[in-house]
Design a protein around this ligand. Structure first.
Ligand code: HMG
Length: 389
């Protein structure tokens, strides 16, 4: 029987990071609030040479063979950090990666949720056209502002996924439950470069949405928590997923609860080090689980909870393929994180406020960025990208 799902996954982030202990000291907070209470140890900081386009292209660059570039039928980019009100990030990615000319390209938006919509659209398309492949990229830069309570939950990066028939990582099961309600928990008006948020309310809505779609999922499928070997969450900060998981752990026995908690720890290793990726966060948690959980085996069922403020939630499951490790680049991901350069708080603050954006210094800054693709500046209101290697 033909199945459809995730064939390969890769991740990209910036080459700079901020230590959360340093940030806590600078903000007069107890470091344990950030490290344990929020669950973040490091945060990606974005230089002016990176944006949603370059992060997306850098993630997908590592993913695709020459043949796959020619075969891709759809390029779906999910983001809430788009660079243009009209032109999609997907078209820039198509050119930078020299992808199939005879492909569809589109950008999707619904806060952190749209990566999941992209994945479902890809699954549906490949189900109808099993000889085709779809590239889905979730790319974002999470910004709340200096000295805000959301600051510790910023982050950046992109996750690229190739969706195909008979996938080597996991089958996307046709069992989604989803819900939508007009809620003002987090939003970013078109003239704002930082998000507005009702932080505590947003965390409560997240938990409520999870409980409601999880209940509907159980009612429709007849599956319960015992049928799951891992539960993966959108991680705006890693304690958020832990809270949601703890809400449902009483539904299973102690031994299984302990194994779900161990799987959760594996799923938050990378997010702790880069922060919120918005659209990509759920998929970075999945990558982290697949790379760091030594108990995972083919055939196991993984629960996926996607949440996007505003608000929309979806729960669905994946069935792991025995070959899942072949679709990842675990060493590459660790190298990417370990080789980043640490910034002081003042250096982060200068970059955050965009002292270098659009200035003559930007070209110089892009030369220091080791990424394949960089933004070198803006000329005549047109963004200039360069492939460096
Ligand atoms: P806050 O007010 O600074 O923090 O805001 P707090 O006072 O609530 O403390 C946080 C936790 O640290 C608490 O734990 C404290 O007890 C603990 P909890 O009770 O929640 O379990 N704590 C300590 N722990 C150990 N040692 C200590 C210590 N001190 C305190 N010394 C908040 C936190 C998350 C609200 C803020 O950072 C924020 O607004 N973040 C942004 C919003 C957000 O991430 N919301 C998540 C749900 S919405 C979502 O997921 C969608 C989103 O990704 C956007 C999209 O969809 O596009 C955001």
């Amino acid at each position: 029987m033909m199945t459809v799902g995730i064939e390969k996954m890769r991740f990209a982030t910036s080459n700079l990071y901020l230590d959360m202990t340093d940030l806590a000291h600078a903000r007069g907070e107890d470091p344990n609030k950030y490290l344990l209470g929020i669950g973040q140890t490091e945060q990606a900081v974005v230089p002016p040479s990176q944006d949603a386009v370059t992060l997306a292209a850098n993630a997908a660059e590592q993913l695709l063979t020459k043949q796959e570039r020619a075969e891709i039928a759809e390029i779906i980019v999910a983001t809430e950090s788009g660079v243009d009100h009209s032109k999609s990030v997907a078209i820039y990615v198509q050119r930078l990666l020299e992808l199939n000319r005879y492909a569809r390209a589109i950008e999707l938006k619904q806060a952190c949720y749209s990566g999941t919509f992209g994945l479902m659209q890809a699954r549906d398309y490949v189900s109808l056209h099993p000889d085709k492949k779809v590239l889905v990229i979730a790319t974002d830069i999470a910004r709340y502002g200096l000295n805000t309570s959301g600051e510790v939950t910023q982050g950046a990066g992109a996750v690229a996924m190739l969706v195909s028939a008979n996938p080597q990582i996991a089958v996307i099961n046709d069992d989604s439950q989803f819900m939508t309600a007009d809620i003002m928990d987090f939003w970013r008006p078109v003239d704002h470069d930082k998000a507005l948020v009702d932080g505590k309310y947003s965390a409560n809505v997240y938990r409520d949405f999870f409980k409601e779609v999880w209940q509907r999922y159980q009612d429709t499928t007849g599956l319960t928590l015992t049928d799951f070997d891992a539960m993966v969450f959108h991680l705006p900060f890693t304690k958020m997923g832990l809270k949601a998981l703890r809400d449902v752990l009483p539904e299973t026995d102690e031994a299984h609860a302990a194994s779900l908690l161990a799987a959760f720890e594996a799923s938050r290793v990378y997010s702790k080090r880069v922060g919120n990726l918005y659209t990509g966060s759920l998929y970075l948690s999945l990558l982290s689980l697949l790379a760091n959980d030594t108990q995972l085996r083919g055939g196991q069922r993984i629960g996926m909870f996607s949440y996007g403020s505003g608000a929309e939630g979806e729960f669905f499951s994946l069935t792991l393929a025995p070959t899942f490790k072949a679709g990842l680049d675990v060493l590459g991901m660790e190298k990417l994180l370990d080789q980043r350069q640490q910034l002081s708080v003042p250096a982060y603050e200068e970059l955050f406020e965009g002292a270098l954006w659009g200035s003559a210094d930007q070209k110089a800054q892009s030369k220091q960025d080791p990424a394949h693709f960089v933004l070198t500046g803006v000329q005549n209101q047109q963004r200039q990208y360069r492939r460096q290697t």
